[in-house]
Design a protein around this ligand. Structure first.
Ligand SMILES: [Zn+2]
Length: 253
C-alpha cells in the first residue's frame, strides 16, 4: 500500500517538475498561473492533468487545439514515479527517503533544463548545497564532516579542471553550473560519491561523445551538456556506490 503511494506521489511530483523545467529558465513563477497549453493558451483542466494517464487518454494531443503535447511530460512523470519507488524500496518510510527523493527530483529538473538550454539554474544547485549540508546533521546515511568534504571536493575539483582547461585552450570547457552541481552532489552523498560520480560521468560522457561524433561526423561542434552525466553518475553512486567501491577494493586486495 505504502509502495503504491510512493509511486503515485512520484508521479504527482513529476508533474510539478515539468512545470519547473518549463518555467525556471524563463524565471516565471512556478506557482501561478496554473498549467496551460503552450499552443492555444487554454487552461488545462484538472482531469486533463493526471500524470502519465492524461497523456495516454488524450493521445498526446491538446484537447482543444489538437497540437502535440511534448513527450517530455509523461517521460518526466514516469521517471520521477520510478525514482520514488526505488528510493522507497531502498530507504523505506523515513526522512532519508523524502530527502533523497527531493535530491533526485532536483537532478531530474537539472538534467532536462541542461539538455534544452545548456544551463544549470543556480536556484536549484545553490540551495541544494545548503540543504544537503543541513540534512547531513539529521540523516544516518551521512555525517556532516563527510558532507562538507563532499562540497569542497566537488566544487574544488571541477573548478580546478575548468580553470586549467580555460588557461590551456582559452575557452570555457567546464561551466560554473557543473561546479555548483557537483558541490550539491557532494553535500548529499559525501566525498567518495564525488570521486565515483566524476569517474562515472566522464566515462559515460566520453562514450556518448565518441558515439555522437561517429554518427554526426568529427566536425560536430555542438557542446554536449555535462549536467545530465553528472546527475546520472550521482544516481548510480546513490544506489550502488558502496557496492562499486567494495567491488573495487575486492579486486585490488
Ligand atoms: Zn492547445
Amino acid at each position: 500500500m505504502l509502495t503504491l503511494i510512493s509511486i503515485i506521489l512520484g508521479a504527482i511530483v513529476g508533474s510539478f517538475l515539468n512545470v519547473c523545467i518549463f518555467r525556471l529558465p524563463k524565471e516565471e513563477s512556478i506557482i501561478w498561473p496554473g498549467s496551460h497549453c503552450p499552443h492555444c493558451n487554454k487552461p488545462i483542466q484538472f482531469y486533463d492533468n493526471i500524470p502519465i494517464f492524461s497523456y495516454i487518454f488524450l493521445n498526446g494531443k491538446c484537447r482543444y487545439c489538437k497540437k502535440p503535447i511534448s513527450i517530455q511530460y509523461p517521460l518526466v512523470e514516469g521517471i520521477t514515479a520510478l525514482s520514488s519507488f526505488f528510493l522507497f524500496m531502498k530507504f523505506g518510510p523515513s526522512l532519508s527517503y523524502l530527502f533523497y527523493f527531493a535530491f533526485v527530483a532536483a537532478l531530474i529538473v537539472i538534467t532536462v533544463i541542461d539538455l534544452y538550454h545548456q544551463i544549470i539554474p543556480d536556484v536549484i544547485s545553490l540551495p541544494g548545497i545548503g540543504v544537503g549540508l543541513i540534512i547531513s546533521l539529521i540523516l544516518p546515511q551521512i555525517t556532516f564532516f563527510n558532507s562538507l568534504i563532499g562540497v569542497l571536493l566537488g566544487g574544488g575539483s571541477l573548478f580546478i579542471v575548468g580553470t586549467v582547461y580555460q588557461w590551456l585552450f582559452k575557452r570555457e570547457g567546464m561551466g560554473g553550473g557543473d561546479v555548483k552541481l557537483l558541490a550539491m552532489i557532494g553535500a548529499f552523498l559525501g566525498w567518495k560519491a564525488v570521486i565515483l560520480t566524476i569517474l562515472l560521468s566522464s566515462l559515460v560522457g566520453s562514450i556518448t561523445g565518441i558515439l555522437i561524433m561517429a554518427l554526426k561526423g568529427k566536425d560536430f561542434k555542438y557542446a554536449i551538456p555535462f549536467g545530465p552525466f553528472l546527475s546520472l553518475g550521482a544516481v548510480i553512486s546513490l544506489f550502488w556506490g558502496q557496492n562499486i567501491i567494495d567491488w573495487y577494493l575486492y579486486l585490488n586486495r
